[in-house]
Write a protein that binds this ligand. Structure first.
Ligand code: N01
Length: 537
């Protein structure tokens, strides 16, 4: 072992919202914790995803950290669904306030992390060859942080500007007078397309699978309104705490199938006119589980989409046909469908005319050749396990995490993996945090890990590892819980399908679908039972 290896009690990978809070908590508990971050600044998602139109689809005032009364007092949200520049400023504000940067090394990507059984510690190696060691390794690498380019021949050939939404440059990108292509119509594509259409010369959208998009209904927050929100923070966070995904929109206790069609449609209409995820999360309790209820909701949304489009043949292409409303992550939009009424916007349906290759000047589909000044890839991420796959994690006996998870993740609580001692995975697969209003679940995850490390220090324990039994039982429970949801019957990043990544063609459930309150309760029970399911030595 050489002297140039940095040594800490805890290595945290990633300075997004989870890494930042984890650092602060461990520092407050007296641990020597250090963060290594690939980017040049804090903020994670909000650091990388600078594409036009990027913004929250959780209400801003439900999204910010709740742990600090000072932050809640000092920070003012300006919009109900705040945009990326402001969200990044928020992360920077928190980093400044708690002087976090002194314990973060930026521009440092972790290449590998290996467990050293003899030393009972982890060794991380960075891309520049430097190394660090610590007893504990906490991954804070995010569920949507590994952007994927489409597997289309010629991607390298294009001579114009090209950007992935998740790796957007740090300088302004302009669209006026340009011929722009966007490939992909998920949540990122929908936000980017709507914003780009405001100034673009000509826009061509390449859509493989349409998504069910419903209005965001963003608005400004006046200072007086912000004061009122501040006065309600306790109530707001308590409401989020009790909610399945920690949003403020709670499912209606009624079934869609037990009310009259008129009552049902009136309720759909009311929710449709509300901001945020009200329509998705605050709907009748059976709409995401019962096919008949989901069909009724889907029919309602079809009418809404048709009413917004001048050309009904275009509507046919923009209306999803292979899944019902809400069974994939719903992109929230602010004028998305109206974009297609513009004369300078064209939709290409890739189900009819697939892309054959990217060329020097643009791209070629099965029936036409297009020239562009810019191609934007809104083609998504190798979700949830992708960020883990990009680091060579090796546990006991050199076992590779990548191999262990080859047929889908196996975890205990989505926090630890048998065979990988002292590695804690914030917002990891099988964790309720993955489908959550993220900071709400991040706080729970971070506090669980912090309490655990404090407990171990107090008891003189140096090693924790999930038992294979506990891992198997949790993994089976995760799959079992998910089986009731219609969303597990559809290909999407939520079911681990990414056609651009080898080995990601089969559906597997990646998150805990029992909801955040049940997950929290389970964690609390485990702690109360002396960290049941973990071997602590
Ligand atoms: O990624 P996606 P995203 N040829 O995977 C298409 C969060 N988020 O970045 O569906 C042609 O959803 C692909 O087509 P298909 C949010 O959780 C939050 O948009 O595979 N097309 C799809 O249309 C979200 O769900 C916010 O057939 C190709 C698109 O690319 C998650 O991030 C904002 C293709 C990818 O969609 C991911 O969203 C944005 C190919 N070869 C994102 N390959 C907030 O509001 C892929 N596609 C906070």
């Amino acid at each position: 072992m050489t002297a140039d290896i940095e040594r800490w009690d805890v290595i945290i990978i990633g300075a997004g919202l989870s890494g930042m809070y984890q650092l602060l908590k461990l520092r407050q508990l007296g641990f020597k914790a250090h963060v290594y971050e690939a980017g040049g600044g804090v903020g994670g998602t909000w650091y990388w995803n600078r594409y036009p139109g990027a913004r929250f689809d959780s209400e801003s005032w439900t999204y910010g950290y709740s742990f600090s009364s000072e932050v809640l007092k000092e920070w003012n949200w300006k919009e109900h669904f705040s945009g990326q520049p402001e969200n990044l400023r928020y992360c920077e504000f928190v980093a400044d306030k708690f002087d976090l940067r002194r314990d973060i090394t930026f521009n440092t990507r972790v290449k590998s992390a290996h467990w050293d059984e003899a030393a009972n510690e982890w060794e991380a190696t960075f891309e520049d060859g430097k190394r660090a060691r610590a007893r504990f390794l906490v991954t804070a690498i995010g569920p949507l942080s590994s952007p994927t380019m489409p597997v289309i021949p010629g991607v390298e050939d294009f001579k114009g500007e090209s950007w992935h939404t998740g790796l957007w440059p740090h300088r302004p990108v302009t669209f006026a007078g340009k011929r722009v292509a966007v490939i992909g119509t998920g949540a990122s594509g929908v936000q980017a397309i709507t914003e780009i259409a405001k100034t673009v010369g000509h826009l061509t959208v390449f859509q493989r699978t349409p998504n069910w998009c419903t209005p965001l209904r963003n608005s400004a927050i006046a200072p007086e309104e912000m004061e009122k929100i501040r006065g309600r923070y306790d109530e707001i966070f308590a409401q989020c705490r009790d909610n399945w995904g920690c949003f403020i929109h709670t499912a209606d206790p009624r079934h869609a199938t037990e009310v009259t069609p008129e009552e049902r449609d009136a309720f759909f209409e009311e929710l449709y006119n509300m901001p945020g995820f009200a329509f998705w999360q605050g709907n009748f309790r059976d709409v995401l589980m019962d096919q008949k209820a989901n069909d009724a909701l889907t029919q309602f949304v079809i009418k809404k989409i048709r009413a917004r489009l001048k050309d009904q043949k275009l509507a046919d292409k923009l209306i999803p046909t292979n899944h019902g409303y809400g069974t994939r992550r719903v992109p929230l939009e602010s004028g998305y469908f109206e974009v297609y009424n513009q004369p300078n916007v064209k939709l290409v349906d890739l189900r009819e005319t697939p892309i054959e290759r990217i060329t020097e000047k643009g791209l070629k589909t099965s029936d036409a050749e297009y020239e562009f000044d810019m191609i934007i890839y809104a083609t998504g991420f190798d979700a949830i396990t992708g960020a883990f796959d990009r680091i060579d994690f090796r546990g006991r006996n050199g076992e590779k995490l990548r191999d262990k998870w080859a047929d889908g993740p196996h975890t205990y609580l989505g926090m630890n993996v048998a065979g990988f001692p002292n590695m804690l995975t914030l917002v990891g697969p099988h964790n309720a945090a993955t489908f959550c209003n993220l900071p709400r679940c991040i706080e729970q995850n971070v506090e669980f890990v912090s309490d655990l490390l404090e407990h171990m220090r107090d008891k003189g324990l140096t090693r924790i590892e999930a038992t294979p039994d506990a891992e198997e039982t949790w993994t089976a429970h995760v799959h079992d819980t998910a089986s009731r949801l219609l969303l597990t019957k559809v290909d999407s990043w939520m079911t681990g399908v990414n056609k651009n990544v080898a080995g990601r063609q089969k559906r597997t459930f990646m998150a805990y679908a029992g909801g955040a309150p049940k997950y929290r309760q389970k964690c609390e029970e485990i702690v109360a039972n002396g960290y049941e399911g973990f071997a602590l030595t």
